[in-house]
Write a protein that binds this ligand. Structure first.
Ligand SMILES: C[S@@+](CC[C@H](N)C(=O)[O-])C[C@H]1O[C@@H](n2cnc3c(N)ncnc32)[C@H](O)[C@@H]1O
Length: 329
């Protein structure tokens, strides 16, 4: 982990309230746990609704979502995971053009490279893959060298950033876009409280295992011995219709007694009083849920214009296509 990220992790553990940033869950093991949670929960009653809804919209509307133009496009995929969610877009683009240059970008390097390996086996020379292993800020900076009109995908990724970081990241993206580029992102638009809470605290425990994996990683990489049984896991949903905000989930563990665990790799102790919370995200919450108005506002703040949206029948997910606002060009 690079020094900047380690500093952010340390800041979170020393702030009030304490938190572990959501990106820390995503290394190779965490990314696999996340995939397992999404796949296995398809088969159980407490289904995690978002992956299914996202696949449905991508498969049904991919031809409309990709803009038609006289030029070939380059595809970028932010927070690409194992690259599977980008496949319908790759397939459709390769129906329209002979070759495609593809920039998958993710902080979870090993997991990304497994996906890249499978893609290169499946697509041979028609797909030129240029993986970027970095966090969003550094990765988007590297995109400045990507030539030609770009379609930038960002699937199920914005919602885990703090609200200000969502705006900042959209703004960074608008700066690497020209009038021939577009951004397509997906966002959770679910409103039903019970569906949401069931998904994050499901009876099978898959999502709880993924969320609490941050502690396991801390123990392994920073040589702490934090015992999760000293804590109680909890999730909460905070609805918010304010156009300049979002609804969000809060996931946290509560110390059941006073605890003090040394974290040798970070040179600090995790000290918590009984009843104190440790959050698994920065800012007010994570896994934000949006109204279409909120989505329009947030991209507008970043110099982007929401052109068109596509949703599933159950209204769980919205795919949003944006262009760069003209004054900025
Ligand atoms: C919820 S998953 C979505 C994966 C995939 N796009 C999908 O739709 O299923 C979020 C992805 O973003 C990556 N990620 C999280 N925080 C990141 C950051 N700060 N910079 C770059 N990638 C990040 C994670 O490793 C993970 O692959």
């Amino acid at each position: 982990m690079d020094c900047d990220l380690k500093r952010k992790l340390l800041n979170g553990l020393q702030s009030d309230p304490k938190f572990i940033p959501t990106w820390y869950n995503y290394d190779d093991v965490g990314s696999r746990l996340k995939c397992q949670a999404a796949n296995r929960m398809k088969d159980v009653e407490s289904c995690f609704y978002l992956s299914g809804a996202q696949n449905f919209v991508a498969e049904h509307y991919v031809r409309e979502i990709i803009p038609k133009g006289p030029y070939d496009l380059t595809l970028v995929d932010l927070g690409s995971g194992n690259c599977s969610p980008a496949r319908p877009f790759i397939d459709e683009m390769l129906r329209r053009q002979d070759t495609l240059t593809f920039y998958p970008l993710d902080i979870s390097g090993d997991f990304l490279m497994h996906g890249v390996h499978h893609l290169s086996e499946d697509y041979n020379n028609s797909l030129v893959i240029k993986p970027i292993v970095a966090d969003y800020v550094k990765g988007i900076e590297q995109l400045r060298t990507a030539e030609g009109p770009k379609m930038i995908l960002w699937l199920n990724g914005i919602s885990n950033l703090s609200y200000q970081d969502q705006v900042n990241t959209f703004r960074l993206l608008s700066k690497v876009m020209t009038d021939k580029c577009c951004l397509v992102f997906s966002a959770d638009i679910t409103e039903d409280r019970e569906t949401i809470l069931t998904a994050y605290n499901d009876a099978t425990g898959y999502n709880k295992s993924f969320i609490q994996y941050a502690i396991e990683r801390l123990n392994r990489e920073e040589r702490s011995e934090i015992d999760v049984t000293d804590f109680e896991y909890n999730v909460d949903f905070i609805p918010n219709q304010d156009p300049d905000s979002t609804s969000y989930v809060r996931a946290f563990i509560i110390a059941m007694k006073d605890i003090q665990y040394p974290i040798p790799g970070l040179g600090v102790d995790l000290s918590m009083k009984r009843g104190e919370r440790l959050y698994f995200h920065e800012g007010a919450g994570f896994s934000c849920k949006y109204t279409l108005d909120q989505l329009r506002h947030i991209v507008d703040k970043a110099g982007l214009c929401l052109e068109e949206t596509w949703t599933d029948d159950n209204k769980h997910v919205a795919f949003c296509r944006c262009s760069r606002t003209e004054e900025l060009l």
